[in-house]
Design a protein around this ligand. Structure first.
Ligand SMILES: N[C@@H](CCC(=O)N[C@@H](CS)C(=O)NCC(=O)O)C(=O)O
Length: 238
């Protein structure tokens, strides 16, 4: 039975962290929203076996198993896909990294939707400008600086958890891509100070399965409906 990923079909969003893991592992999976459309995801969220468990997309079905929350999906998939560290301490660490990335993702989202996610960006633009100023000035350096230190602390492998690639590295790559798309000036400024993080992202980008995925129609381009949106006025000034 293939894994079934349920996520919105037109954005990378939070689902992309799961897509990257499935693609790197060459897993047998169906991206149900991409195959059957947005309404298929809405319908699935209302199924009794899903509605009682899942708060929001993305979620994964693996036979009778239903898992929601991006970090929990990756915690579940990591060992099955060969993308988790080998021991319990490593599982916990990779999960901790993924949860920290989830915090970053929430803050990136809130730069364009600081007041109400049901309102349009244009209806909360003054607040967005204030929120984004703090995000670009202090939070991007803090999150990326932490990732840099974590790679360094892990030792010579250049990865985040142990000696081999894990889903935490794939998600870190996605964060570098997303921030570089949404906030090119602020991200570039910080990335100049994080050589290990830049090297990790380049290594992931160059892995054969990831490279093939990025060049395929399955990789949805970044756009202004997702988490990482390019509104130039929200980026740092030159
Ligand atoms: N913490 C959850 C957040 C899930 C989430 O906010 N999903 C968004 C799309 S990226 C959604 O569909 N939200 C609908 C809602 O919150 O009502 C995760 O990391 O998976």
């Amino acid at each position: 039975m293939p894994y079934e990923l349920y996520y919105w079909p037109d954005i990378q969003g939070r689902g992309e962290f799961v897509r990257l893991a499935l693609e790197q592992a060459d897993a047998d999976y169906v991206d149900v929203g991409r195959r059957d459309g947005f309404e298929a995801v809405v319908r699935a969220l209302k199924e009794p076996a899903v509605a009682g468990k899942v708060f929001a997309a993305p979620f994964l079905k693996d036979g009778p198993t239903v898992v929601g929350q991006t970090a929990a999906i990756l915690f579940y998939l990591g060992p099955k896909l060969g993308l988790a560290p080998p021991d319990e301490a490593g599982w916990l660490w990779a999960h901790q990294v993924q949860l920290t990335i989830a915090d970053l993702v929430n803050e990136a989202h809130d730069t364009h939707h600081p007041v109400d996610m049901m309102l349009y960006y244009k209806d909360q633009k003054p607040e967005a400008l204030r929120r984004a100023a703090g995000f670009t000035k202090a939070r991007i350096p803090k999150f990326l600086g932490w990732l840099e230190r974590a790679i360094e602390a892990n030792g010579a492998s250049g990865w985040l958890a142990g000696e081999a690639l894990t889903y935490a590295d794939l998600s870190t790559f996605q964060v570098v891509e997303g921030l570089s798309y949404a906030f090119p000036r602020a991200a570039a400024k910080t990335l100049k100070t994080t050589p290990r993080l830049v090297a990790l992202a380049a290594r992931v980008r160059d892995m054969p399965n990831i490279r093939a995925y990025l060049q395929s129609p399955r990789r949805i381009p970044f756009n202004e409906d997702g988490i990482f949106r390019r509104y130039p006025e929200l980026d740092e000034a030159d």
